[in-house]
Design a protein around this ligand. Sequence first.
Ligand code: PLP
Length: 433
Amino acid sequence: MKYSVLPISDPEVYEMVKGESIRESEGLELIPSENYVSEAVLEALGTLFTNKYAEGTPGRRYYGGQTYTDQIESLAINRAKALFGADHANVQPLSGAAANLCVYSAWLDVGDTVLAMDLGHGGHLTHGAPVTFAAKAFNFIRYKMKDIHTGEIDYDHLEALALEHKPKIILAGFSAYPRDLDYKRFVAIAEKIGAVAMADMAHIAGLIAAGVLANPLKAGFHVMTTTTHKTLRGPRGAMILSRGIAGNPLKAPEKTLANLPTLIDRAVFPGLQGGPHMHQIAAIAVALKEASTPAFQQYGADVVANAKQLAARLMEKGCELVTNGTSNHLIMLNTMASFGKNGAEIQELLESAGITLNKNAVPDDPLPPFKPSGVRLGTPAATSRGLKAAHMDQIADWIVALARQEAAPEDVRKLVRQMCLAHPTPSGLVERG
Ligand SMILES: *Cc1c(COP(=O)(O)O)cnc(C)c1O
């Protein structure tokens, strides 16, 4: 990417942008929630749509001058609906956390119950961690894996909890779970008690779009939230996809399943947000077009194939993985069991060799969150720069050699840099133009 004005008008900021571009170009990104956007997405993100207020929905705005904002938001909505087979899409949530809060506030009253995945077993903070506002407003109860060696969810217990507590929402979704879910089973349980079946697909939306993992909406889920910046490879942002047609969001509808799309639109605005970020929505539209191509389907397949290869090699080398492998893009490595080192130590050690991943609790972790027993790693970003199975073997070997202190970080760092420079990130280095 070339920048011509910023280096002159604000050299301080320009140097930081350049520094980050070098870090991204020369380092190996294994954080499974991160990715590299295309140059087209970056250009759309830098457009003057950032100048415009567009409160409301296309055709129903509060301010004038909406010719092109209406067009761009409608385009993003139509692409999202087509890609995920949804009847309705709201592309305005500013992030995944905001999208989840919007769905909660659309459907729940204060004090209502949500049944969600245990945070220690892979659920996300926004699924009712005690430190969140949602946990103060709503009552979260938890389901878990039945067996951490296979990763299978304990669906019988989930059903028993549902029948006992009558949650208004049953939430499927995760940020640290390496297996797929039985969406039909979730829907059957939700239907038994008249709950909304909600899927939070923030991590795997790109794999669903690519047709590599199952689509919860097609299995009968009522609503699906997702971020746009993880495997979907768009700008930071989020979407809420649902079944059914939205009515006029200016009028409060009754709380029925048929009215869910309208309730969602009203919860986003004016319920929780102000003006949507139209430059972000423009970039989401671009990313959604990219995600509907055969090249992206191949990308999704490669992400999972790479993760399986990385997992297999780590296990071959004697590492212990939660659920003994992966079916998606991410791997949970128990570093205490594998190397006798906690996740924070391993994170730091690998970072000094140019490899980025994150410390993470393992199921029912006896250690505290800042020094947990494991790390989480994944392949979405590495696959975006074209790395393949043989690279995964090499990366696994580096991780193990570093963790066992059989290789010096400075030496590995040079090799990591070499591999990365041979496989540039989509937008490459920032330069003066
Ligand atoms: C990342 C993530 C979120 C939060 O997204 P932000 O854009 O960081 O707010 C929500 N849910 C799940 C499952 C996630 O993985």
